[in-house]
Design a protein around this ligand. Structure first.
Ligand code: ADP
Length: 219
């Protein structure tokens, strides 16, 4: 199974990718996590990406594509995977197709769009907290940590993500609308696009996703 999760920020891509991993062992490649990891390491790519991310803008295609496709190369040929947050532009989608073809790898099976409206997103992202040390993601209402304000995995303090401030969220939604939404038509033309509601509870959303994958005979 090779999936792309589309949908605006806050539509649950990362959370659903984690549930897919637990249930089906699909490795998740989350571009945002990979970039934040590069920032934590303080390497050149991280330093370049940081300024764009803090501003709620997209990181330039060459930078993201290089790092993401590098991770893809590291997976075994048969490894099922889920892409979360990549591709986000048509140029990235074309680079991905080229990479899969060139490596003799099977193409993407399905692209899932998690549908949710803008106001719900702002509420959701305002409740999101991440661990500054390991990057684990929580939500104060929907997915709270066991001990208030601390990471379940490593015990470090949780914080609001830099780009989850309301004014930056609005910018990210505009960017999604302008640069990523055109990808829906791109994948619809290829017959690969399906949608799942993104405004359900975590378990209900997962159930809808699982039902879709079953209908498509991917699980
Ligand atoms: P969300 O899906 O909630 O926006 P992510 O963690 O996926 O969160 O992305 C956070 C930020 O990382 C984006 O606003 C953008 O700056 C950068 N980013 C992530 N993936 C990409 C990508 N494929 N292309 C360009 N920038 C990206």
């Amino acid at each position: 199974m090779r999936l792309i999760l589309l949908g605006p920020p806050g539509s649950g891509k990362g959370t659903q990718a984690e549930l897919l991993y637990r249930r089906h062992g699909t490795v998740s490649l989350a571009s945002g996590d990979i970039l934040r990891e590069a920032i934590r390491r303080g390497d050149a790519i991280g330093r370049q990406a940081n300024q764009y991310m803090q501003a709620g803008a997209l990181v330039p295609d060459e930078l993201v594509t290089g790092i993401l496709l590098g991770h893809l190369e590291g997976l075994g040929k048969e490894q099922p995977f889920v892409l979360d947050g990549f591709p986000r532009t048509e140029a990235q989608a074309r680079s991905l197709d080229a990479k899969l073809a060139e490596g003799g790898l099977a193409p993407i099976d399905l692209v899932v769009d998690f549908e949710i409206d803008g106001e719900r997103i702002i509420l959701r992202l305002a409740g999101r907290r991440i661990c500054g040390s390991c990057g684990a993601s929580y939500h104060m209402e929907n997915k709270p940590p066991r001990e208030g304000g601390r990471c379940d995995r490593c015990g470090e303090a949780l914080a609001l993500r830099e780009d989850d401030r309301p004014e930056t969220i609005r910018k990210r939604l505009r960017v999604y609308h302008e640069q990523t939404e055109p990808l829906l038509a791109f994948y619809r033309r290829k017959g690969k696009l399906r949608s799942v509601p993104g405004d359900l509870g975590i378990e209900e959303q997962y159930q809808a996703l699982e039902d879709l994958l079953r209908r498509e005979r991917l699980v």
